[in-house]
Design a protein. Structure first.
Length: 252
């Protein structure tokens, strides 16, 4: 009798694997696999929160210690470019949410379209960020031996008033602006790396979506990637005001 029950159970599991090729052998049901995948994604995002949290804490700590230098350095960042990137990234999150919806309602063409739009927005974000990085390179604001503090010690004059556009810093304090850019490149660089990884995954998911893999009831990969992409969006929502907007000088 027991052998018959075991045999029936094994047959039932085998049927599941035949009907659901995406079901891994160590899961009995697709729902169990989906819950395990979602739980794993949330654990991964928790480690990411701790990682970026450490960077945020370091930034706030050093900004408190060397506030004049950090204020002067943050005024070198372009608010228009940062605003454009914020709008682009929020749009990408919107498209990704629509992609999850399209997968859940089993609309293949819409899912592919929204994944492509998400990817385009992600690439646009990286393009704008490359423009910002090039500007820092041209101004010699890349941390290292060639970092230039001249603009902070002797800021340019406002053509209308004839006064310096910034409060001049002492050479010692001006050197601390380099610390701002170390943290700036560390935080935005790690964020950009997460974007690059997400874009690579989006190409892979789009290819699979075009084959119809996620519009037959199997939506867990799209949902979990959506969580990752929204996390990347949220990190930028914190980075933008922290780096670009706090203590911004009037007219800069």
């Amino acid at each position: 009798m027991d052998n018959a029950i075991v045999a029936t159970h094994d047959t039932h599991v085998e049927e599941h694997h035949v009907e659901l090729p995406q079901l891994r052998h160590h899961f009995e049901t697709e729902e169990q696999q989906r819950e395990a995948g979602t739980f794993g994604m949330w654990l991964f995002l928790l480690t990411e929160i701790m990682f970026f949290g450490g960077l945020f804490f370091a930034y706030l700590l050093y900004r408190n210690w060397y506030n004049p230098a950090f204020v002067a350095a943050s005024n070198q960042l372009s608010i228009p470019l940062g605003t454009v990137n914020t709008a682009v990234l929020i749009s990408s999150g919107f498209f990704m949410a629509l992609g999850v919806w399209a997968a859940e309602v089993r609309k293949k063409s819409l899912l592919v379209l929204f994944l492509i739009l998400t990817n385009i927005a992600g690439l646009a974000f990286l393009g704008v960020k490359a423009v910002e990085y090039k500007e820092k390179w041209d101004k010699h604001h890349i941390p290292g031996a060639h970092f230039d503090i001249t603009e902070f010690v002797n800021p340019p004059l406002n053509p209308k008033t004839g006064k310096p556009v910034e409060e001049p810093l002492s050479p010692d304090m001006a050197q601390k602006t380099q610390l701002f850019f170390v943290l700036y490149f560390a935080m935005t660089g790690m964020h950009a790396l997460h974007m690059v990884i997400g874009i690579v995954l989006l190409f892979w998911l789009t290819y699979r979506a075009n084959r119809g893999e996620f519009t037959e009831g199997y939506v867990a990969p799209i949902e979990n990637f959506g969580l990752y992409w929204h996390f990347v969006d949220i990190v930028w929502i914190f980075l933008f005001p922290l780096l670009y907007l706090i203590n911004r000088h009037p007219g800069t």
